[in-house]
Design a protein around this ligand. Structure first.
Ligand SMILES: Nc1nc2c(ncn2[C@@H]2O[C@H](COP(=O)(O)OP(=O)(O)OP(=O)(O)O)[C@@H](O)[C@H]2O)c(=O)[nH]1
Length: 388
């Protein structure tokens, strides 16, 4: 072999070595990015934080064209958790919740019954539903990661690429499998965290939110209303002469009435409204993006629905006749008084907590007037909650 040939071979070997080193560096870099994101996933503080991390951070860190997260949600629980946190699922494009068994069937078919990641060509006829409708026309190859806990599918994380060669069938899936396992564990843990949070923020008697939740939500709603200059209405409702209901029909009936009233109020509200039991026989409602006139209308509807409702006493009343036949179940009606206050517009520079205090105090004061004026009525604070 002459020296020229040797030099050329050496040069080729050097280039090979360079490209191997380059690949190793890329892999190392990829590994580091992967591990950084893994740590972020594990550290996510909320379900919403975790979902947006999956949808946004992965997309960015690995330059993935389309990321979709599908979660099976047969009881609508995940939907409620995310609505409570974010107000709307629109804030999480790329997330789809499947309320019915059809979701499980769709995913099982896409994964061909396995729980291993599947890489390969994208076929619009088979896979379009696994991504957002707007993404499907662009996708040429995809990686489908089944998410399962204890062998049960909980959803899927799907990556789509405009490059047909990015996710080739038969390519290694070790990292993706590891990612799917971590995501599934993080999701399950986030669901449990949310369940625990909800337990701490729900009134156990009526099932509506409790005062703690209201106080937290009120600050969020005030911040939103100030930022976007939307009106925000606050209603306070107190059951009239509730003590006499307890006295006449018993505490269990009183409890039933409170549950029923919580339900009636909820029936008059929209998805973004907040209802909470403030304490005792008092409920509070927040109506974002609602004018004073409309808030009054809603308050009036709530008042009327309570007054029209017939509640059944928990136990038949003694009929005093001495007869052996049980007395018919007693029904009773109750009324409620409501106070309404609007968020003032001139709160610049004030702490949200101070604004919340004023708003609540104004609604409570209006409620007091409704009681003074004879109960079973709605009174609006004559001007927005004063900031002085
Ligand atoms: N059954 C039941 N009663 C409750 C609960 N929490 C508070 N109460 C009762 O609610 C009653 C509230 O009575 P008051 O504050 O005197 O007012 P009221 O009788 O509703 O009269 P007005 O508000 O002036 O119309 C008290 O008797 C409390 O014991 C509860 O969780 N269950």
């Amino acid at each position: 072999m002459n020296s020229e040939l040797l030099a050329a071979e050496n040069q080729a070997l050097k280039q090979q070595l360079q490209s191997l080193l380059h690949e190793a560096r890329l892999n190392e870099d990829k590994m580091q990015r992967f591990e950084r994101l893994e740590h972020q996933l594990i550290a996510a503080h909320s379900l919403q934080g975790l979902v947006s991390l999956l949808l946004r951070a992965y997309k960015q860190a690995f330059a993935i064209d389309h990321v979709a997260l599908l979660l099976l949600d047969p009881a609508g629980e995940v939907d409620r958790m995310l609505q409570t946190e974010t107000g709307s699922l629109d804030a999480l494009p790329g997330l789809r919740l499947y309320p019915a068994h059809s979701g499980a069937r769709l995913l099982e078919a896409a994964y061909c019954g396995t729980r291993k990641p599947r890489l390969g060509a994208f076929d619009a006829g088979l896979h379009a539903q696994l991504f957002a409708p707007a993404a499907a026309p662009d996708i040429r190859s995809m990686a489908l990661l089944p998410l399962a806990r204890h062998g049960q599918l909980i959803g899927g994380l799907h990556f789509g690429s405009v490059d047909a060669a990015r996710y080739e069938a038969g390519a290694g899936t070790h990292l993706l499998e590891r990612l799917a396992n971590i995501v599934a564990v993080c999701l399950e843990s986030a669901f449990n965290q949310e369940r625990l949070k909800r337990l701490g923020l729900t009134d156990t008697l009526t099932g509506v939110h409790n005062r703690r939740y209201f106080e937290h939500r009120c600050l969020i709603e005030i911040a939103q209303a100030r930022r976007y200059r939307h009106p925000l209405a606050c209603l306070f409702l107190d059951v009239d002469k509730f003590k006499s209901i307890n006295d006449r029909f018993g505490h269990a009936t009183g409890d039933e009435v409170l549950r029923g009233i919580g339900h009636l109020i909820q029936g008059q509200l929209r998805a973004g409204d907040t209802i909470a039991r403030y304490g005792g026989e008092e409920f509070v409602v927040l109506l974002p993006q609602t004018s004073a006139e409309f808030a009054r209308e809603i308050a009036e509807r709530i008042r009327a629905s309570v007054a029209q409702q017939r509640f059944v006493a928990a136990a038949p009343l003694p009929d005093g006749s001495g007869s052996e036949t049980p007395a018919a179940a007693a029904t009773l009606s109750v009324t409620a008084s409501l106070g309404l206050a609007m968020l003032p517009s001139d709160t610049a520079g004030m702490e949200a907590s101070a604004v919340a205090e004023r708003l609540v105090a104004a609604a409570d004061q209006a409620l007091y007037q409704a009681k003074e004026l004879g109960r079973n009525r709605v009174v609006a604070a004559d001007r927005p909650a004063s900031t002085s």
